[in-house]
Design a protein around this ligand. Structure first.
Ligand SMILES: [Zn+2]
Length: 272
């Protein structure tokens, strides 16, 4: 779970959001990993959220201090931003082992990507890619826009859409993994600490459980060695399975909808 942006509280307080997210993990006995952008949580409230994750047994990991695009900055300043976040997290008592690139952007070209991975290694951090992107950031942005218009809007259709899409995407990406020969891949699911998950994460996790999924603790899933290799080319927003597919030359089923603007057509049709 990424970012920890504490910027939206219409319809659900920040305290309730965080409590609900932690309760959702507890409901399926899952220990997650939070990839934290320090500048988003450098408040007494943000630090309390981090403490609550520690008390819940979840990991706190590095997601840069300022959530910049690697392709919009120099590798020197990008690595300094990672260091700044490590120092912030260390001051809160967290020693991170893993790093996730904001926007899954690890540099505009091969040379930058290699420099950033060398910098990560020097900093004692391992890359944490994604195999299953829920596109929750887009779904949440639509929900937030609706709540700004009408704080009393009926949220049920948003829940149904999000739950259904998560189950569908999980199976899509596991089919991709199977086609690549990964029979029992410990998926790395990308979600964000946002109102959508504050409202519906428990529904999503229980629906996945009903669909036959089991939950691997983040510590175990992240430890798979091939997740930490330098990708074959700049990641440019793509997930680990998509890059593996390029390496293998296999033709896999396309994403359920065009990734750019994923969900827009369906949400438009549903009036969400
Ligand atoms: Zn992020």
């Amino acid at each position: 779970m990424d970012d920890f942006n504490q910027n939206f509280d219409i319809g659900l307080s920040l305290a309730a959001r965080n409590q609900n997210i932690l309760a959702a993990f507890d409901a399926v006995n899952h220990k997650a990993a939070g990839f934290v952008t320090g500048s988003f949580v450098d408040t007494s409230w943000g630090k309390a959220v981090l403490s609550s994750w520690r008390e819940g047994g979840h990991l706190i990991e590095n997601h840069t201090w300022s959530h910049t695009h690697a392709n919009e900055t120099t590798s020197f300043s990008y690595l300094a931003d990672i260091d700044r976040n490590s120092e912030f997290l260390a001051a809160q008592g967290f020693a991170s082992e893993y790093f996730r690139f904001p926007f899954l952007d690890d540099g505009k070209d091969r040379a930058t990507q290699e420099a950033l991975f060398a910098g990560l290694k020097f900093a004692g951090l391992l890359n944490a890619p994604v195999t299953f992107d829920t596109v929750d950031w887009y779904t949440s942005s639509r929900l937030e826009a609706r709540l700004r218009e009408d704080p009393n809007t009926d949220l049920t259709p948003y829940r149904d859409y999000y739950v259904n899409m998560c189950v569908r995407l999980a199976n899509h990406w596991d089919n991709a993994a199977q086609a690549l020969g990964y029979i029992n891949l410990p998926h790395l699911t990308l979600m964000h600490h946002n109102i959508l998950n504050g409202l519906f994460l428990k529904d999503v996790l229980l629906a996945l459980k009903d669909d036959g999924w089991a939950f691997v603790d983040a510590r175990d899933a992240l430890s798979m060695k091939s997740y930490h290799d330098v990708p074959p080319e700049p990641t440019n927003g793509r997930n680990w399975l998509t890059l593996k597919r390029l390496e293998s030359g296999l033709d896999l089923a396309p994403y359920p909808q065009k990734y750019s603007n994923f969900g827009r057509a369906t949400m438009d049709a549903l009036g969400l």
